[in-house]
Design a protein around this ligand. Structure first.
Ligand code: BES
Ligand code: ZN
Ligand code: ZN
Length: 464
């Protein structure tokens, strides 16, 4: 339970301290705080055992560094890392918030995100000890909004972490239905039969080898009914990517349960739009499939007539993400999207090149690129814009079809340009999160596993 109140509730307290500026604390703490030796060094966490000199048993003094360097990302990391280090040693905590109102939004996010840990599917699940936090603050709304965002990020992390015998295309559709019901959003789940009628062959082909039939989830939120602008968020939802007939090597294949991280992040956004109420129209398109080898699988050499009419020769069945996304992009255009953003764990190439530090961004719009990069700077999620010269597309020429689904080099760029060619003249941005969706080591504030990226940046973008 994380709550916001104006009084003490628990036996431990965390306070903030700058190294060049005196924050004000309640008078009853002044005596005990005179014993603090923390000079406010960034991220330094001092533990004061009060030995009866305070109503609190322990006081944690968290350094925030200097006010000149201070920003919301630094607060997020300092508070997140201190909670991550305390969460298995104490049961309850008050936090004295004497910072700026806007920072409540960050405090809420930091608390939620640093407390989350994937519990696995075990007979005796590991529990986090720190169950109760009370923020003593007058900025309830701001903190609550932060908690909502942090919660959405954890929701995303949880479904990305769960294995593919839990997270199937059907499961994803059920999640979307539940969100639509709770949040009062329009939804349509286009099933296999409807996809066939519509000619969404690219999605259908990728799903052909699996016992779990594919779907296209469509959700809508109208925050600005008077405007014709619609932002489409398209999330890659491959619930397991074995590679298909172009089978991946066995080593590490278990990680391909997270190949629906893009889809999950779009669900995470849709889950909270009616709480944050941005003045934007949002269309979510989430193709969900499982990519499996079998007698009914699609095969290298197959030529698919995509929903756009363009034909694609399959070279690798492991380059499946771009296939399910291209039909969704065409559909987004048909539904009137004026900005199209896809989010996908698309290429190993991107993960190798940018690691977990930056997501790849490929876009035909300088303006949209800037907006995304700037929002990322505000959330601490980094995006690196990739080149998009048309020369790279030469690699996708083939005699058999309008284009083929893989090239020979520069994988992340070629994949992005493949998608951009379906967006044509509509503002388009492709976010390749292959390296950022998960982390084997964790970070300052995150446990290892799914990160929930880029959910917070998408929310930031819609709130502008
Ligand atoms: N899902 C993978 C990309 C991926 C790799 C995500 C590593 C996360 C970590 C994608 O479907 C894929 O297999 N891409 C191929 C494309 C290639 C066949 C052109 C890749 O990047 O190797
Ligand atoms: Zn693949
Ligand atoms: Zn994939």
């Amino acid at each position: 339970m994380i709550g916001v109140n104006d009084t003490k509730m628990y036996s431990n307290l965390l306070i903030f301290k700058f190294n060049n500026f005196e924050l004000e604390y309640p008078a009853e703490l002044s005596e005990i705080l005179s014993f603090s030796e923390n000079i406010g060094e960034y991220k330094e966490l001092e533990i004061l055992n009060t030995l009866g000199r305070s109503e609190y048993r322990k006081i944690f003094v968290l350094g925030l560094g200097s006010t000149e360097e201070f920003n919301s990302i630094r607060l997020l990391k300092a508070l997140g890392s201190s909670i991550k280090s305390l969460k298995n040693t104490i049961k309850e905590l008050d936090i004295y918030d004497n910072l700026h109102e806007d920072l409540g939004y960050i405090i809420g996010q930091a608390l939620e995100m640093s407390l989350y840990k994937f519990k696995g599917i075990k007979q005796n699940e590991d529990k986090v000890l720190l169950q109760n936090i009370n923020i003593i603050s007058s900025y309830k709304d701001s903190i609550n909004n932060g908690l909502i965002v942090g919660n959405a990020v954890n929701y995303v992390r949880q479904i990305v972490n769960l294995p593919s015998n839990y997270v199937t295309p059907k499961f994803m559709a059920q999640q979307a239905e539940a969100i639509a019901k709770d949040e009062n959003l329009d939804i349509a789940v286009i099933d296999k039969y409807k996809l066939e009628q519509m000619g969404m062959n690219s999605i259908l082909y990728v799903g052909k080898g699996s016992l779990h039939s594919p779907r296209l989830i469509v959700m809508q939120y109208f925050g600005d009914p008077s405007s014709k602008n619609i932002t489409a968020l398209i999330g890659k939802g491959v619930t397991f990517d074995s590679g298909g007939i172009t089978l991946k090597p066995g080593k590490g294949m278990e990680r391909m349960v997270s190949d629906m991280a893009g889809a999950a992040s779009v669900l995470g956004v849709m889950k909270i739009l009616n709480h944050l109420k941005p003045k934007k129209n949002v269309l979510a398109l989430i193709p969900v499939v499982e990519n499996m080898p079998s007698g009914s699988s699609y095969k290298p050499g197959d030529v698919i007539t995509t929903y756009s009419g363009k034909t694609v020769q399959v070279i690798s069945t492991d380059a499946e993400g771009r296939l399910i996304l291209c039909d969704a992009i065409t559909y987004a255009k048909e539904l009137g999207a004026t900005n199209i953003i896809d989010i996908a764990t698309l290429t190993g190439s991107c993960a190798q090149f940018l690691g977990g530090i930056n997501a790849g961004l490929l876009s035909n719009s300088d303006e949209l690129s800037k907006e995304i990069i700037n929002c990322g700077t505000e959330t601490g999620e980094n995006f690196w814009r990739l080149p998009h010269n048309s020369e790279y597309l030469e690699q996708l020429k083939t005699d058999s079809a309008d284009l083929k689904n893989t090239g020979t080099s520069c994988g992340a760029i070629v994949a992005g340009l493949f998608l951009q060619s379906f967006a044509e003249d509509v503002n388009f941005a492709h976010l390749d999160i292959a390296g950022c969706a998960g982390s084997s080591s964790g970070s300052d504030i995150f446990e290892s596993g799914a990160t929930g990226m880029p959910t917070r940046t998408l929310i930031q973008l819609l709130m502008k």
